[in-house]
Design a protein around this ligand. Structure first.
Ligand code: ATP
Ligand code: MG
Length: 162
């Protein structure tokens, strides 16, 4: 069983890439945020930020017990790098080096100014990348402002074959 996690700031291209990779490899795809919501694995809802507050320890326990042995999986979410590094073969971190482009992507989703600002700050401070590294993951950073999805897929294949 191989698990590849896709994390990164919202709007940087996790889902686009994770779904393309899962399709190409015919692996199982999991949207971890949706999974957490559907299983009621959130503690509360932050009305001002319009987002769920998720207990990642609870989420990890639940996800790990649901994984079918022998099934390769793609796990998509900015929460996926909280999964233990010993079960994740590779943690892909999507980035968007052109902040104006990320701002455009976030605004296109009707995010309010505060949510756009917070996500841009998360990207500037490389929050997901640093957390993933600190958790001991083997990471591959892919800039979706510079690379096409096809080029990103090739880099993932190269990394996995090392
Ligand atoms: N390699 C790429 N080149 C150009 N545009 C891209 C690329 N990857 C993603 N995009 C565009 O960026 C936008 C955001 O992509 P996507 O929804 O995959 O991000 P996300 O990281 O999954 O966001 P969220 O965390 O909110 O789910 C989409 O409009 C998508 O078309
Ligand atoms: Mg997504």
């Amino acid at each position: 069983m191989v698990i590849v996690a896709f994390s990164g700031t919202p709007g940087t291209g996790k889902t686009t890439l994770a779904q393309a990779f899962a399709r190409k490899k015919a692996w199982e795809y999991m949207d971890l945020g949706q999974y957490a919501k559907s299983r009621g694995l959130y503690d509360s809802y932050d009305l001002s930020k319009r987002c769920y507050i998720i207990d990642t320890n609870r989420l990890n326990r639940d996800v790990l017990s649901s994984i079918k042995p022998g099934v390769n999986m793609v796990i998509d979410s900015h929460l996926s790098h909280y999964l233990p590094s010993n079960v994740v073969k590779l943690c892909v971190i999507t980035t968007c080096s052109v902040l104006k482009e990320l701002e455009r992507r976030l605004k296109a989703r009707d995010y309010g100014p505060q949510k756009v600002r917070e996500n841009l700050d998360a990207e500037i401070f490389k929050v997901c990348q640093i957390e993933a590294t600190e958790s001991g993951h083997k990471i591959l950073v892919l800039d979706t402002c510079q690379l096409s999805t096809k080029e990103c897929l090739e880099k993932i294949e190269q990394e996995l074959s090392k």
